[in-house]
Design a binder for this molecule. Structure first.
Ligand code: FAD
Length: 404
């Protein structure tokens, strides 16, 4: 596989991880004329079993202006495709235990966030990927790495000029970087976990499928120490996510206990999803941990950088994890442009550092960190707002006044 990049006059970037951040990074570097190789541990996302695995891990996401601007900057066709598939959500719809619904608009100008399918961003790039190749070891000073071909079990060596770690919160690239550089790293598990549940579509008067809840809202059932949320999908279903402390989940150790607990706290959602579907999801779907990580710096010399969740995993309550990851790509791309860094190889010798590229990566680390720490903190705070504050009359009053 890996052609030795010394045979090419263009620099090679190895992108590790074909999640949305890795895909956007690949697009950004391809646009700048680099040779791009993407290594992804999972199977081809177009295969049905891969879609099924993906579905166990939040099928949809809220993408805001931040993410859209990043997409537009890198690839406006991808941004158009993505917007065509998105469902706008103009505000939160708060559901009380008594079944009352109240919309809190995001702002007076009716700006909105968008519910999108997680897989949309990965489409269009699939032919350029090495699927089922799990990166194991990276020799940054030699600019080479080993990936295991999971089909054959064989290890293959690949060379790069720049290695981008977009391999998620448990990043191997980050771990490998920490062996050769001084990177501060912090990881925290939240007391809460989440589980995904699916709300089916309804049937309209003429037999057509319909949304069971308002489609243009982010639905929240705040219950102080836990909450349920729901985001709309194109097929008129909703993906619901139940967030609760591990101790609360521990108490629900049988399906019957879970069903009666769910019906007590979320009677309308219980009705819409139905006991059978709920029981199935509860038995089948995993309880997933919520992890928060921070790293600093994000780069090593002129040859490695981590982006997206590999660099900063945050709790999902601000809906900004992926948005920030996409923004990482936009910011890095703009810096390379500003520094006039082209795809032309500067040296064949891995011991020689390209000072301009090293400077651009260092500038990225230095200037991106404060923003990322701030948004991780905002995400933490927003959990309290979503599960508790939105139930307070004073909060609703203030929001109403703001939006006049
Ligand atoms: P990932 O999506 O984790 O992709 C990493 C990829 O790397 C994977 O495909 C993995 O298979 C691959 N990989 C890992 N190790 C290796 C290896 N050694 N070799 C090769 N490949 C490897 N964000 C938002 O902006 N809005 C939301 O509404 C939102 N909702 C969320 C809801 C939940 C419940 C959760 C948990 C998160 C949510 N997020 C949201 C955050 C968002 O999911 C992440 O920020 C985003 O997926 C990060 O993308 P990524 O490409 O950096 O990493």
């Amino acid at each position: 596989m890996s052609a030795d990049p010394s045979s090419s006059t263009s620099r090679t970037v190895a992108v590790i991880g074909a999640g949305p951040v890795g895909c956007l990074a690949a697009m950004a570097f391809a646009k700048r004329g680099w040779r791009v190789e993407i290594y992804e541990g999972r199977a081809d996302l177009r295969l049905p079993e891969s879609r099924a695995n993906l579905a166990l891990r939040s099928i949809n996401l809220a993408i805001s202006h931040r993410g859209i601007v990043a997409l537009q900057a890198v690839n406006s066709a991808a941004a158009d495709r993505f917007l065509a598939d998105a469902i706008p959500m103009h505000g939160r719809m708060v559901h009380t235990t008594a079944g009352k619904e109240e919309t809190i608009y995001y702002d007076r100008d009716h700006q909105h966030i968008n519910s999108i399918d997680r897989a949309v961003l990965n489409q269009g790039l699939l032919d350029e990927l090495f699927f089922r190749h799990k990166v194991q070891n990276i020799d940054f000073d030699g600019k080479k790495m080993t990936a295991r071909d999971l089909e054959t079990g064989r290890d293959v060596e690949a060379h790069f000029d720049l290695c981008i770690g977009a391999d998620g919160s448990y990043s191997v690239v980050r771990r490998q970087m920490m062996r050769v550089m001084r990177m501060d790293f912090q990881q925290t598990y939240m007391k809460d976990e989440y589980m995904e549940l699916r709300m089916p579509s309804g049937v309209g008067a003429s037999g057509e499928s319909t949304f069971l809840l308002h489609p243009n809202r982010l639905h929240i059932w705040p219950r102080h120490s836990f909450m349920l949320i729901a985001l709309p999908n194109k097929d008129k279903t909703f993906t619901c996510t139940l967030f609760a402390p591990s101790t609360e989940f521990d108490k629900l150790d049988t399906v019957d206990k879970f069903l009666s607990w769910f019906e007590h706290h979320f009677p309308d959602a219980h009705r819409h999803i139905g006991a059978d579907a709920l029981a199935k999801d509860y038995s089948r779907n995993p309880r997933c941990p919520l992890i928060c990580t921070t790293s600093n710096p994000y780069h090593y010399k002129d040859r490695a950088i981590i982006l997206g969740d590999a660099a900063h995993a945050m709790v999902p309550f601000y809906g900004q994890g992926l948005n920030c990851g996409l923004e990482d790509v936009r910011v890095l791309s703009a810096l390379l442009q500003a520094e006039g860094i082209t795809s032309d190889k500067t040296s064949e010798d891995p011991t020689i550092v390209d000072p301009r590229l090293a400077h651009a990566l260092a500038y990225y680390s230095e200037h991106r960190h404060e923003d990322l720490v701030a948004i991780c903190d905002l995400a933490q705070n927003n959990y309290v707002e979503m599960r508790h504050d939105v139930t307070s009359p004073m909060f609703l009053f203030k929001k109403a006044v703001d939006n006049v």
